[in-house]
Design a protein around this ligand. Structure first.
Ligand SMILES: Cc1cc2nc3c(=O)[nH]c(=O)nc-3n(C[C@H](O)[C@H](O)[C@H](O)COP(=O)(O)O)c2cc1C
Length: 361
């Protein structure tokens, strides 16, 4: 198993920021930070979750996993349930439309050792919604109490839900769902501040999230469009939410969980190309620990190596070079050359450009 040490130079930049984390207890779980890694399909696998924990995330959630896939013992689905023993506060997210199938799958998922389970109620993708799962669960709330209770009663660990603001602008029923969830024994609610109809367009509605928080008795985790450290900082200092989830922000800035904790620009540690390469090396090691097949390792790693370059000089040319590399060895060599060659140049991400405008929640 690979080591969790960064060089002393990088660790010396990370540690003082780690000390600024604000702890939060949700259910019976102590999270080291109010900033959590949001679930992302194809991305929030053990290697990435471990890496984000090392870089300050207070907790993580798996990608969405099909309850039916679990109940059929589909081998790919079962692999998705695996947790690395070094992970600290990880939740497994399930999706499905049938309460009995969800409860059965939850029992199996719990055996893999997550700290909590989460129900996906935000996925807007047609394939999921047309079968009644994901955000479709927000449509008919009359059945939700029973749905939640059936899953709740099947497991011993905390159960949370991840919702959107509502199905569409005419039906923003998150508060009603929170009430039903509380009655059914759900421990907390994470909310992506868009309706299902919005998919990923427009802006996350933080006024709605704050209003929900003010009327809810369950802890609320706010999510949506926290892509830059100063945006996260302003939520940490100004929002009444109990915690926050970050998804896309950490794909272009893996240091966002700690950089967001320091408002004063002059006191901020600057992370350079060589620091990014150390992070990539660690991700490479975690990926090797998790996957046997070189092809899967390459697929998992390459996209992150490319996303992390966003905003650095020559990122576009680097991206096309990376997608021509055939082997993991060539990919790592190319990444080393690029990132170490960046010297002390700084990132300048264009946040006006659309980045990843589809996902499963
Ligand atoms: C590529 C991608 C995959 C996603 N997969 C999931 C998922 O599996 N489950 C889920 O609840 N949300 C999923 N989401 C939604 C995110 O967790 C988050 O709610 C959304 O991206 C808004 O947060 P952000 O602005 O910080 O990205 C995904 C988003 C993206 C971009």
């Amino acid at each position: 198993m690979s080591t969790r040490q960064f060089s002393s130079a990088l660790q010396a930049k990370i540690d003082p920021l780690m000390d600024k984390r604000q702890k939060i207890k949700l259910g019976n779980i102590d999270f080291d930070s109010k900033l959590l890694l949001a679930p992302m399909a194809g991305i929030c696998t053990p290697p990435f979750r471990l890496l984000m924990e090392d870089l300050g995330a207070g907790g993580t959630v798996s990608e969405l996993i099909s309850c039916h896939g679990i109940n059929y013992e589909n081998s790919k689905t079962m692999k998705m349930l695996e947790i690395d023993e070094r992970e600290k506060n990880v939740g497994i997210q399930l999706f499905g439309e049938d309460k009995e199938a969800m409860a059965k799958a939850a029992i199996v998922a719990q055996k893999f050792g997550p700290k909590f389970l989460d129900i996906n109620m935000g996925c807007p993708v047609r394939k999921v919604v047309s079968k009644g799962g994901g955000s479709a669960l927000m449509k008919d709330i009359t059945v939700l109490g029973d749905f939640f209770k059936t899953v709740r009663d099947a497991i011993d660990i905390p159960l949370s839900i991840k919702i959107r603001t509502g199905w569409d602008a005419d039906d923003m029923n998150a508060l009603q769902i929170e009430n039903i969830a509380k009655e059914a024994g759900i421990e907390w609610v994470a909310i992506h501040g868009r309706t299902r109809a919005q998919q990923y367009t427009g802006l996350a509605n933080w006024d709605f999230i704050e209003d929900l928080k003010s009327k809810s008795s369950l802890p609320i985790i706010g999510n949506g469009d926290l892509h830059q450290p100063h945006q996260v900082y302003s939520k940490l200092s100004g929002s009444t939410c109990d915690a926050f989830m970050i998804a896309r922000g950490c794909l272009r800035n893996p240091f966002i969980f700690i950089e967001s904790l320091e408002q004063n620009e002059t006191k901020k540690s600057k992370f350079y190309g060589k620091d990014y390469f150390e992070v990539i090396e660690r991700l490479f090691n975690y990926t090797n620990d998790t996957y046997d097949q070189e092809r899967i390792r390459l697929i998992q790693l390459r996209k992150l190596i490319v996303w992390f370059a966003a905003g650095f000089n020559g990122a576009a040319a680097f991206r096309s070079r990376m997608f021509q590399a055939k082997t993991l060895e060539d990919t790592m060599k190319g990444a080393q050359e690029y990132y170490l060659g960046l010297g002390e140049s700084q990132k300048n991400i264009n946040f006006d450009e659309v980045f990843m405008s589809s996902g499963h929640g």
